[in-house]
Write a protein that binds this ligand. Structure first.
Ligand code: ATP
Ligand code: SF4
Ligand code: MG
Length: 332
């Protein structure tokens, strides 16, 4: 039996910003796949290219940014995210929720009107049926008195409730892929967990695959089965969550892990990764982007791009020290 096509596959993705011909790559050679119903986390510090990767997949890159290489396929079908057909695909096959639900909701339309509009954009439902479906969706995201709340304005909802509305809107058409870009960063810790559980439960019910972007490795551990670690727009390490977080191979992943407080003892000080991520070179520059901050960097790290290579069962990473060396060295 052949395996079903991945819900999403991305190969050799490159995104550049700035004028064509003189642009700067902010994502380079990113590749991953999410099986149907799978949950992939994309992690990395601020500026590592997480949002640009997600926006490229959804065909929502900001003005001045464009995909300059790579192939994106949804359910085995190659798509052109910047092409005219994407509007039809977005919302129905692929949906996205963002960090700030207020900016994604229209402040001068009621919550119900926006839900009805989203429902009718991809179905021939009557306004009345769409309103009933909208109330159903609000109930599914646990908004109390859903039929009544359809007539509320976005500013009458709390941040957590607005994010629930966005989730309802995103999942209306049972997309095969939901992309959630830091969906809980703007919320308090208790609400964060409720929203993540809600996303998790609804994706399971609908069979949707999830691409979750987060800074938080605890969230990765709790809600995802595979992870891609990005730095400077490039992939540092990727594989099953248990393998990558259980035994990180790449110095950057190890650095990210070192910034998480251990649960089994009190610590006064956590080792931050030295330096600033903003100092990263273009994502297609030769060398390892992490070299300026890596305590293990060698001369070749600054000039030779490390190959993407297997680093354990189903794990792969990009670091010169993972290469078998004649002296028998390397990271273990
Ligand atoms: N609209 C834009 N125009 C030009 N460059 C941009 C734009 N948005 C982001 N960038 C640049 O692209 C790079 C990747 O940014 P991206 O937003 O993908 O990072 P991120 O990993 O999502 O960070 P964060 O965790 O802060 O959201 C950064 O160098 C950023 O400065
Ligand atoms: S390639 Fe070099 S600079 Fe990059 S992570 Fe490995 S040791 Fe550090
Ligand atoms: Mg971002």
């Amino acid at each position: 039996m052949t395996a079903p096509a991945p819900a999403l596959s991305v190969e050799g993705l490159r995104v550049a910003v700035g004028p064509p011909g003189r642009g700067r790559a902010v994502v380079g050679d990113v590749a991953f796949a999410i099986p149907p119903g799978g949950r992939l986390a994309i992690v990395g510090e601020s500026g590592s290219g997480k949002s640009m990767t997600a926006l490229a997949v959804a065909g929502l890159l900001p003005r001045g940014a464009r995909q300059t290489a790579g192939q994106i396929a949804l359910g085995g079908r190659i798509v052109d995210p910047a092409g005219p057909g994407m509007a039809r695909i977005r919302g129905r096959e692929i949906a996205m929720i963002f960090q700030d639900p207020m900016s994604a909701l229209n402040p001068v339309m009621t919550v119900g009107a926006q839900l009805v509009e989203a429902i009718r954009a991809h179905s021939a439902m009557s306004p009345r049926a769409a309103r009933a479906r909208a109330a159903e969706m609000l109930a599914a995201v646990q908004i109390p008195r859903p039929a009544e709340r359809l007539d509320a304005w976005p500013h009458e909802f709390s941040g957590g409730m607005r994010q629930r509305v966005m989730i309802a809107m995103a999942l209306t058409h049972r997309p095969k892929l939901l992309i959630a870009d830091e969906p809980t960063t703007a919320l308090d810790v208790t609400t964060q967990l409720q929203i993540l559980r809600l996303i998790d439960g609804l994706c399971r019910e609908e069979g949707s695959a999830l691409m979750l972007i987060t800074h938080d490795l605890g969230i990765v551990e709790g809600f995802c089965d595979s992870v891609v670690v990005l730095y400077g727009g490039r992939m540092m390490e990727a594989g099953p969550v248990a393998a990558v977080l259980g035994r990180p191979r790449h110095p950057y992943t190890r650095g990210l892990m070192a910034t998480i407080p251990p649960l089994d003892r009190d610590v006064d000080w956590l080792d931050p990764i030295p330096g600033e991520p903003v100092a990263t070179p273009a994502a297609d520059a030769p060398g390892c982007p992490f070299a300026p901050r890596c305590g293990l960097a060698e001369a070749r790290c600054r000039t030779v791009t490390p190959a993407w290579r297997p680093a354990g069962s189903k794990v792969a990473a990009s670091c010169h020290l993972l290469a078998p060396s004649p002296a028998g060295g390397g990271l273990s």
